[in-house]
Design a protein around this ligand. Structure first.
Ligand code: NI
Length: 183
């Protein structure tokens, strides 16, 4: 089932999400719905707060990205914790399904180590770099109540202020199902 994507403006996007246990109700269905929702909006990552759930879960699929490692990067991250970020910082122009039509450079570390549980609640500790690390950092931020527009330059943020208010109010042209706090 395709779920509406919550736009910037909802408190759930600004809260620290909570860990879940393996008995979380209908977890498999939720993950399937999140994938369906993400594909319907052409996303490469989606975090649970973006569908209105304040839980520590995000999904990825980087198969549209050339040479991404690990190949395809289709993964489920539950209760993740970034243990370390390191190596060179780099700029990349990010976007977010909760902030349609906005793109801006975000500066992040190129490598990280993350501990998480997969959809079978098997624990992993893994290192990622490049675009996979970038997607993880963006989605992980969602679980911390952080949006990529918090990480852009103050000047750019000032320039975007009106646009972000318009998006929160639903004054934006978007091709996928969304939910707006102020409409
Ligand atoms: Ni996002």
């Amino acid at each position: 089932m395709i779920l509406p994507v919550y736009a910037i403006g909802f408190p759930v996007l600004r809260q620290k999400a909570k860990e879940i246990t393996p008995d979380y109700p209908e977890l498999n269905q939720l993950i399937a719905d999140m994938y369906e929702t993400m594909y319907a909006s052409n996303g490469i990552g989606l975090a649970a707060p973006q569908i209105g759930l304040g839980i520590r879960l995000f999904i990825t699929d980087g198969s549209e990205i050339d040479d991404i490692q690990p190949e395809g990067f289709k993964q489920v991250f539950i209760n993740p914790e970034i243990l370390e970020e390191f190596d060179t910082r780099w700029d990349y122009e990010e976007g977010c399904l909760s902030i349609p039509t906005v793109r801006a450079d975000v500066n992040r570390h190129s490598k990280l180590v993350i501990r998480y549980f997969d959809e079978h609640f098997k624990e992993h500790v893994e290192e990622y770099d490049g675009m996979a690390a970038r997607i993880i950092q963006h989605e992980y931020d969602h679980l911390e109540g952080i949006l990529f527009t918090d990480r852009i330059t103050p000047l750019k943020r000032t320039m975007l202020k009106t646009k972000l208010n318009n998006i929160a109010a639903g004054r934006v042209n978007v091709q996928y199902k969304m939910k707006f706090a102020k409409r």
